[in-house]
Design a protein around this ligand. Sequence first.
Ligand code: FES
Length: 109
Amino acid sequence: MTEPLCRIQDLADPGSKGLEVELDGVRTEIFIVRRGQAVYAYRNSCPHTGGPLDWKPDEYLDGDGEYIMCATHAALFQIEDGLCIGGPCKRQHLTPVPLRVEGDAVYLA
Ligand code: FES
């Protein structure tokens, strides 16, 4: 039985959490964002430089929890599709990581 990555109720709303998972056989940093009962995941790699987005562990959102924010140059990304709407990588996307939700449990798809 595969263990879930997390449970929705364990994330703040809105909130985010960083994880390391195996994708295509490679250990990869990702993060999960919760908004309401929806969850989204992306690779922890900014399209601007490829660096990580978090400004401290598990913190990937701006002050209002409206957008994902890169800690390095403050690019803002839409939570639901990872589109950059402001910053040096405007109109580029974060790389999504497909999830599967069963009840409250969140798994890699
Ligand atoms: S590294 Fe993310 S905005 Fe520059």
